[in-house]
Ligand binder design. Structure first.
Ligand SMILES: [Zn+2]
Length: 453
């Protein structure tokens, strides 16, 4: 049995059903659960005590969309200042060289930055399986997640519609549909854990309407529902995508999803920007991963977050792939979500509390989980501790506003996943930070140089 007592917490924001916020409070964690929240909790001699005076404590952030391999492809000069479609076609040429080793190290980089910035659960959307690379790339991500100690929802992404079939990606990075479905089933059987406090789950995630066939969407839907796993894809991200869907299918992106039954509590979409009023209502009960940095960098548009929340759509926040962000800093993403929401809605904008809720409990709801995202007795001990004793916050009169709008010091004092401390003051506890950094950078340079020749 292991136990940790977080003592003298200045502010603990629970995001429970009563929206409770505590001052000067302790939290006791035993094994992987929160056991008590209260004043002056007494603990055994052997319990580790962490002084949290001057700190805000939240449930760990939940990142609802990422492409971890893209951490190796940041700042590629050939694709800067480009919108989504030319950005993608430029990057496919580099991405086609990825290897299982690159996928492992790319995942380690992304997980590291997520943990350092308060994220305790992340998803990933890996859809790139270049010919001759083998199909076991997601296994490498799952291995990395388990080694570093982050809660991980891997999605089995896919692309089946190459250029010769009218899609966007080159034929060298797409797969046959039976191969995709076979590997999807293998991953679910091997790794998906639907129990409470699961550390690893699998979802199925055909990449987007412009890179898979409708038939693969339908077959993925059937397999996911037969196996009881969730569905995920990119949707309504750009006007180029909308044009593609109208020309190919005679339907707008959301209409296409409706026509094949890809709507509901077991589905979440990345982006959901270009929606009309009817489509926002159609998405009620489904989930959306809002990716503000990516949407700004690729000039995709602004997600209608306030309207989605108002209409009962589940909204989480996400860093998206690092090549369009270019970071995996979840804390920074919360700040950008808040600012972008205010750019669009002004006085109707969401509060700091609402945006932080979106990044924690909101993300957990998107992923269909009620065991994480809340600080409450019996919930998973996924906790982020933010130390506000820094010059960046001096003079701020509200700790939640401080977290969201004062900029940030980038790393948490402590990030705990499933009762284990994964990061302290920016240092990862389970891996050698420096060797991961140097090895990942070496692999990234090798791949990029291979393409440039
Ligand atoms: Zn994405």
């Amino acid at each position: 049995m292991s136990s940790i007592l977080l003592k003298n917490i200045s502010t603990a924001v629970t995001f429970d059903n009563k929206d409770r916020i505590y001052q000067d409070i302790d939290i006791l964690v035993v094994d992987n659960q929160i056991i008590a929240i209260g004043k002056d909790i007494k603990a055994e001699e052997s319990t580790e005590k962490v002084d949290c005076s001057g700190c805000v404590v939240l449930p760990g952030f939940v990142n609802t969309h990422h492409h971890l391999y893209q951490t190796l492809f940041r700042g590629i000069k050939e694709v800067q200042e480009k919108p989504l479609f030319p950005w993608l076609t430029g990057l496919y040429e580099f991405w086609k060289h990825i290897t299982p080793e690159a996928v492992y190290y790319g995942a380690m980089l992304g997980f590291s930055e997520l943990l350092r910035t308060g994220c305790t659960t992340t998803t990933d959307h890996h859809y790139l399986f270049p010919k001759n690379t083998g199909v076991n790339l997601i296994d490498e991500q799952l291995r990395a997640a388990s080694e570093i100690g982050i809660r991980f929802h891997a999605t089995r992404g896919s692309m089946s519609l190459g250029r010769s079939g009218g899609g966007l990606p080159p034929d060298s990075v797409v797969q046959k549909e039976d191969e995709i479905l076979k590997d999807s089933e293998r991953l679910i059987n091997k790794y998906h854990d639907n129990k409470k406090f699961a550390m690893q789950r699998i979802a199925l995630a055909p990449c987007s309407p412009f890179s898979v066939s409708k038939s693969l969407m339908v077959q993925s839907r059937d397999l996911a529902r037969k196996k009881g796993v969730m569905l995920h894809t990119h949707l309504a991200e750009t006007l180029d995508e909308e044009k593609f869907c109208v020309e190919k299918y005679g339907k707008r992106p959301v209409e296409l999803m409706e026509s094949i039954g890809w709507i509901g509590s077991d589905v979440w979409f990345a982006h959901a920007i270009h929606l009309n009023d009817r489509e926002i209502k159609v998405l009620r009960g489904s989930g959306v991963a809002h990716c503000p940095s990516s949407n700004m960098k690729l000039s995709s548009g602004i997600c209608p977050t306030s309207e989605l929340v108002k209409q009962g759509v589940k909204v989480g926040i996400a860093v998206d792939g690092s090549a369009s962000n270019d970071g995996s800093n979840m804390w920074e993403e919360v700040r950008r979500a808040y600012l972008l929401n205010h750019l669009k809605y002004g006085t109707e904008g969401l509060s700091a509390y609402q945006v932080l809720r979106m990044a924690t409990r909101g993300g957990a709801e998107v992923l269909g989980r009620d065991d994480i995202g809340v600080l409450e007795k019996g919930k998973a001990a996924d906790i982020a501790v933010f130390d506000l004793k820094d010059i960046a916050y001096a003079g701020c009169h509200d700790p939640l506003v401080a977290l969201v709008t004062c900029g940030n010091t980038s790393v948490t004092k402590l990030t705990m996943v499933n009762g284990k401390v994964a990061a302290r003051n920016g240092e990862l506890m389970t891996i050698n930070n420096e060797s991961i950094r140097t090895e990942a950078h070496k692999i990234a340079s090798g791949i990029v140089n291979k393409e440039r020749g």
